[in-house]
Design a protein around this ligand. Structure first.
Ligand code: GDG
Length: 458
């Protein structure tokens, strides 16, 4: 890829000027690839009555050019909250009961992708490598091709990819799959998701697979498994630096020697929060020796509140949290601390390091970066224990964690008990294996592998 300009396209572009406390995610994952001269294109995050057709362009101090367009109110409702987050998100997380399909939203999803393509195409140069991210933009490659864009275009899906038996429930599944097959390269976090895609392309579209690629309309789309990673060294340094900060002092003082258990998630139904809190309540019921000795801090930053399911989850969690606090609190001890306000990234890193265990139990997750961040943040001399869902993509790499079925609160409770009573030598042995994975499959390697695969054959 040397010498070729990288063009990143994502639904939401985090402009350098507005990166708040949650800055992270894609901006961190792509930091290494976004060299000066690169272009990042997508939605500004703003809604406008009459969005301009041409993108607004700015250059960041990082030398990256940012080009963004606004969405209209109805595009936001139909394309973003509707088809992307109320149809594709639950479908891709195997939650068919939560899929609310409306043809109007599907068409708006395609139309916004066409508008993105129309705004992006004039900015492209002949030698660009184009890297499109996530389910909002599945049809973008096809829309760019329709405008004569012949450059190599890759797509990376950050969510799981369900098997064809699940995917078939989506009206328009054929069109969605065909849109994926229009890319030169389609990337997934795990081998399981890659296989599911290839199986869907052969079973549903009837395409022939050769060596991990499917052919459609004279083109070959190659499917690869490339796990996303974090800047492990940077995160470890932030965690170590935070250990002496004032927030850590306040946290430690409030714990008064008790063990800290931590959970950090977007407030999303894929994250298994009710089951996790239920698991914690069962720990206190089945192993009363831990009462007064452990505090669980759940950070659940609010998310997608325009979608009814997210509001319902928030209300359900308020009830569950209140139930646990009411049942188990004593006048000088509260078992559970629950916040929907986000923490600063540095603070979070320090809190991970202070926690004796992290409980990461999504019902399904493409990868789950919290699991990797927790591992990177540990003090190798006295590491905490990671409890991880078998259904997170991260479980494929982090087999040395305590793996649990996130639907089983009893199993979660027993894993918490095991974590709180684990001997030092076992904690260290498990941590060594986990750290080896997290420090080798980094964000830098993720970008390098994906872009090398995209450039190859071009
Ligand atoms: C999608 C896929 C995949 C959370 N609360 C706070 C905060 N966070 C940060 C975490 C982490 C990120 O947000 C969440 O990343 P995850 O990977 O856990 O989950 P999704 O947001 O669902 O991401 C997922 C990912 O894309 C990448 O491909 O792994 O499977 O669903 O970095 O630390 N950060 C701060 N304060 C908070 O309160 N600063």
């Amino acid at each position: 890829m040397s010498g070729r300009r990288l063009v990143v396209v994502s639904n939401r572009v985090p402009l350098p000027t507005e990166r708040g406390p949650r800055a992270g995610g894609l901006a961190v994952a792509l930091a290494d690839a976004l060299r000066p001269g690169a272009l990042w294109f997508g939605w500004s995050g703003r809604r406008a009555a009459r969005p301009a057709a041409t993108p607004a362009e700015t250059r960041g101090e990082d030398g990256v050019a940012y080009a963004t367009i606004d969405l209209s109110e109805s595009e936001y409702r139909l394309y973003y909250s509707g088809f992307s987050n109320n149809v594709l998100w639950p479908l891709l997380h195997f939650r068919l009961g939560l899929v609310h399909y409306r043809a109007e939203e599907y068409h708006a999803w395609r139309a916004v992708n066409d508008r993105f393509a129309a705004a992006l195409a004039p900015l492209l140069r002949p030698d660009d490598l184009i890297w499109v991210h996530d389910y909002h933009l599945i049809p973008l490659g096809e829309a760019l091709r329709a405008r004569g864009v012949g450059q190599r275009i890759g797509f990376f899906l950050h969510t799981p990819f369900p098997p064809p038996e699940v995917l078939r429930a989506l009206p328009r599944a054929e069109q969605v799959l065909a849109a994926l097959a229009a890319y030169d390269l389609v990337g997934f976090h795990t081998e399981e998701f890659r296989r599911s895609f290839l199986r869907a392309a052969t079973d549903i579209l009837g395409l022939a697979e050769t060596d991990g690629a499917v052919g459609l309309g004279g083109r070959q789309a190659r499917a690869v498994a490339v796990p996303i990673g974090i800047d492990a060294a940077g995160f470890a340094a932030a965690a170590a630096a935070a250990a002496t900060g004032s927030e850590l002092r306040r946290l430690r003082a409030s714990l008064a020697g008790r063990a800290l258990a931590i959970g950090v998630d977007r407030l999303d139904y894929s994250k298994g929060l009710p089951q996790r809190l239920d698991g914690f309540a069962r720990l206190l019921a089945r192993h009363p020796e831990h009462r007064r000795r452990v505090s669980f801090l759940q950070v659940a930053a609010r998310s997608r509140e325009d979608v009814a399911e997210y509001r319902a989850l928030r209300e359900a969690l308020d009830r569950i949290v209140g139930g646990i606090i009411g049942q188990y609190s004593e006048f000088d001890w509260v078992p559970l601390r629950y916040m929907i306000r986000p923490l600063r990234r540095e603070t979070l890193a320090g809190f991970y390091r202070a926690a004796a265990m992290a409980v990461v139990t999504p019902l399904r997750d493409g990868m789950n970066l919290v699991a990797k961040e927790y591992v990177a943040a540990q003090d190798p001399a006295d590491p905490g224990v990671l409890i991880l869902s078998r259904f997170a993509g991260a479980a494929a790499e982090l087999g040395a964690a305590l793996l649990v079925n996130p639907y089983d609160p009893d199993e979660i409770a027993e894993a918490m008990h095991a974590a709180l009573t684990m001997r030092h030598a076992e904690r260290q042995a498990r941590h060594r294996e986990l750290a080896a994975a997290v420090f080798s499959a980094t964000a830098e390697r993720f970008c390098g592998q994906f872009l090398a695969a995209l450039a190859a054959g071009g």
